[in-house]
Design a protein around this ligand. Structure first.
Ligand SMILES: *Cc1c(COP(=O)(O)O)cnc(C)c1O
Length: 838
């Protein structure tokens, strides 16, 4: 491929190493691993962090290496190989080359890309990081914005009796794989920004993620007062005031940074409501560019903005007291947006008139977006219920929230063994295109290959867990925290994994519901199991921390030792080890609170199976030939009796189905039924729950239409947006006078005729649509059909509408309604009026 690239000079080779170490591509592409191994084997084996490895290398050794032509050729080959791959046409270039989409700005509070860049807590960051990597693979033009947290999220240590200690090591930016953003002149770029009155210096850092770039903002500039420097210290720490200032920095300063760097995004993707101020600042930029008022600018901006919601409970939305917004946004509203503060506050309220209502970031995000989606099919439905207050009188099924079920970046989560298996079966380009044919190639694999790969991965896993445990234990010993011997896991035992945030809704204690029964399962004489656990509880979540203590106590029972291991400090590196090694991944959330869940998806590529509550992604993925399900697929709230019944059902499944299936071996020693499930789960689910599929879905169904709508509204100085505002204002004024005068239904000759007389007053007929509506049957979509006008208004000012339908449902099922209509406008997102037949 690049074998004949010219040998680099030592200086060029050193520059090349720097740029390779700064490209987080190494977190999923292992072409450079051998270089780091040569440069600084100790540090590399310990950290797997090229940037740290390079920075901590002995200068003498590095110089000697760079003096060797063979080493320089190896560096040159890797560089040339990566450059060649960057030049290859991507999925996006091949399929959407001529589209209106040139740049998607992606905003998220956290990104989980690598343990080398510890600025994440968990699921949300995982989704953002994996999507960024998949966008790079697919060539989707994404630029991402986040915050560079000086301490990230807390790190976990446990006392011998299992009490969680929260640690906050400092992230030295010069030792993270990021570089400072400079101006053209080479000066440090500082983004002009204010918190209320106070001027703030915001700096930015750049992380390269293959083809995509992530910009990270940071207020820890010595020129700022201490309270400002601390704004980007901790992720999900502090109070409302801190959180609001983080969100203002992310959204407002973040959008300004893109503007200063010359980006002109067509689409802005808000990953959770935290980032909603980006959409407001986007409108501010358009105000200045087109010399138009805020409302018109927001009407343009929102057409190109997508809001992805991730929470399944109202308490998950960030809400701020109005006074706090007054402190920080009065100036911004008055001097920059040229609107009264109340107008801005109204965007974050369900009832714009209610001065006392807190400011809800999700409401703001909805009002500033042209499309909204949840992160699984079930979560889409749950979100429609949560957002229903913003769409009064609309049926819940028509609350405008769709869904894109999450997926994981497969190349980041596969084991070496699984990677080899998939490469052999489906080639090296399998995750960079449409994944077509991949499933069939996996279905064609024979039992022996699948099972031996699984067993190799389990053995490797046990080695890694034991080494990591011993490593951490030796630190703990030194700190007087010892008391936990290195576990004796066995490579032949059915291995269960359970790792997640220890939040009560995730029910991390469900498996521990009946400790004696669990103990019996684990130490079964013929069909034993072993369990590896991990998880952090938020430092303020006392109940969650107690659950950890319970598990530690259980793992220390003399009859359990060696069968249950709690690994401290659940992070990406540990997650990788777990999902690659375990046979069965367990997830026990309380339905419907797990919006999607992603950890269970990470075991798919590795041939791990899932045993999970029918919630989030598993509610749509589960089939009996793929894994096992908990729960009845309904919601029961926090009912202890239901928890008990589900725990019982889980033990029974483990005992009478799962363990027997794992241990039932044929003449070759292969558990055929288990392997059959593995094969089908790998083949069917891996491509489906991949970030590759997710990013293609977002591109096809959201980014491309959003870009087109945005440009339509932007054209001619925002004329279309101006027309939309005129139409909205006209409807707001005239809607109350409109009335459905009469509805007549007749049923001659096996048909049904519906005739409607509508008094429109000053509303032009083309500003509304008249519809025949019937409620959904069996959870399907509602029946909605347009009733077209039958000529012009008559002498009494009545407009007549008629339609003919079949007789499959009784006439009483149907209702006539009138809704707003305007070309290119999302209804009811952008106009929530609706009038029903009385
Ligand atoms: C995947 C992952 C998560 C999210 O997992 P859920 O199943 O959504 O709870 C959280 N933390 C880490 C470290 C992960 O790797």
């Amino acid at each position: 491929m690049a074998a004949d690239s010219p040998t680099l000079t030592p200086r060029a080779a050193e520059r090349a190493l720097n740029s390779l170490a700064l490209d987080l591509l190494w977190s999923w592409n292992h072409a450079t691993d051998a270089l780091w191994q040569q440069i600084n084997p100790d540090c590399w084996n310990h950290t797997r962090n090229p940037w740290t490895t390079l920075n901590n290398a002995s200068r003498g050794h590095l110089k000697a290496l760079l003096g060797k032509p063979a080493f320089r050729r190896a560096v040159g080959d890797v560089m040339a190989g990566q450059a060649e791959r960057l030049r290859r046409p991507t999925w996006f270039a091949q399929t959407h080359d001529t589209s209106a989409l040139s740049c998607v700005a992606y905003f998220s509070m956290e990104y989980m890309l690598s343990e080398a860049l510890p600025i994440y807590s968990g699921g949300l960051g995982n989704v953002a990081g994996d999507q960024l990597k998949a966008a790079s693979d697919l060539g989707v033009p994404v630029v991402a914005v986040g915050l560079l947290f000086a301490q990230g999220y807390f790190r976990q240590e446990l006392t011998p009796d299992g009490r969680q200690q929260a640690l906050y090591p400092f992230n030295d930016p010069s030792l993270l794989p990021v570089s400072p953003v400079l101006t053209k002149e080479g000066d440090v770029l500082r983004i002009p920004f204010r918190f209320g009155q106070g001027h703030v210096w915001v700096r930015a850092w750049k992380a390269i993620v293959g083809r995509t770039t992530l910009y990270l903002l940071d207020t820890n500039d010595p020129a700022n007062p201490p309270a400002v420097r601390c704004v980007t210290t901790q992720l999900y720490g502090g109070n409302d005031d801190l959180r609001l200032r983080q969100e203002l920095t992310l959204g407002i300063a973040g959008w300004r940074l893109l503007d200063m760097l010359g980006y002109q995004p067509d689409v802005c993707h808000l990953n959770e409501g935290h980032a909603a101020f980006a959409a407001v600042e986007r409108a501010h930029g358009l105000m200045q560019r087109l010399q138009i008022p805020f409302r018109q600018a927001l009407t343009i901006a929102r057409a190109g903005t997508l809001f992805t919601t991730h929470t399944a409970v109202p308490a998950g939305f960030d809400r701020f007291p109005p006074d706090l917004l007054r402190t920080y946004l009065s100036n911004y509203a008055k001097n920059q947006l040229d609107i009264p503060l109340d107008t801005l506050l109204a965007l974050g309220r369900a009832n714009p008139e209610d001065q006392g209502e807190p400011f809800n970031m999700a409401w703001l995000a909805i009002r500033a977006s042209g499309a909204v989606n949840g992160v699984s099919r079930l979560h889409g439905a749950v979100s429609r219920r949560l957002f229903a207050p913003l769409f009064p009188r609309w049926p819940e099924s028509e609350v405008p929230v769709g869904h894109v079920t999450n997926g994981v970046h497969t190349p980041s989560w596969d084991s070496i063994e699984a990677d080899a298996l998939w490469t052999e079966a489906a080639g090296t380009e399998r995750w960079r295109g449409t994944q077509e044919g991949v499933a069939d190639r996996i279905r064609a694999l024979d039992d022996r290959i699948l099972w031996s790969t699984r067993c190799q991965a389990r053995t490797a896993f046990i080695g890694k867990i034991s080494a990591l445990y011993a490593d951490r234990q030796s630190y703990a010993d030194a700190a007087g925290l010892s008391g936990r011997p290195v576990p004796a896991l066995s490579p032949d035992v059915l291995t269960l994994g359970f790792a997640r945030r220890f939040a009560t809704y995730k029910r991390p204690d469900l498996l521990l519901h009946d400790p004696e029964r669990l103990a019996r399962l684990l130490s079964h004489p013929d069909r034993p199991m072993q369990l590896v656990l991990a998880g952090k509880a938020h430092p303020a979540d006392i109940a969650g921390q107690e659950l950890i203590t319970h598990w530690i106590a259980f793992s220390q029972r003399p009859d359990i030792r060696g069968r249950v291991v709690f690994m401290t400090d659940y992070d990406l590196a540990l997650a990788e080890i777990l999902v690659q090694g375990v046979d069965l991944w367990i997830n026990t959330p309380r339905r419907p609170w797990e919006a999607s869940g992603t950890s269970g998806m990470k075991v798919l590529v590795n041939g791990g199976l899932n045993l999970s509550e029918l919630d989030g992604w598993w509610a749509e993925a589960y089939a009996p030939e793929l894994g096992w399900a908990l729960g009845d697929g309904r919601e029961h709230g926090e009912d202890p009796a239901v928890d008990a019944a589900e725990a019982d059902a889980m033990y029974t499944l483990l005992e009478s189905e799962i363990a027997p299936s794992f241990y039932a071996r044929d003449a070759q020693g292969i558990p055929a039924a288990w392997v059959a499930r593995m094969r089908e789960s790998m083949a069917r689910l891996t491509p489906l729950f991949s970030a590759n599929r997710v990013v293609r879905d977002y591109t096809d169904h959201f980014y491309l239409p959003a870009a087109t709508r945005y440009h339509a509204r932007l054209a001619d100085g925002g004329q279309a947006a101006y027309d939309i505002l005129q139409w909205q204002d006209m409807l707001d004024t005239c809607w109350p006078q409109m009335r459905i005068e009469s509805v007549t239904i007749s049923e001659p000759d096996g048909q049904r005729h519906v005739a409607v007389s509508l008094f429109l007053g000053h509303i032009p007929p083309d500003a509304v649509q008249v519809q025949l509506y019937a409620n959904p049957i069996d959870g399907g979509p509602p029946f909605v059909t347009t009733i077209p006008p039958d000529g012009c208004p008559d002498a009494n000012g009545m407009t007549h509408y008629t339609v003919t339908t079949g007789l499959d449902r009784p006439a009483t099922d149907y209702t006539v309604r009138v809704i707003p209509a305007h070309c290119g406008v999302a209804i009811p997102l952008e106009s929530t009026h609706i009038a029903w037949q009385r």
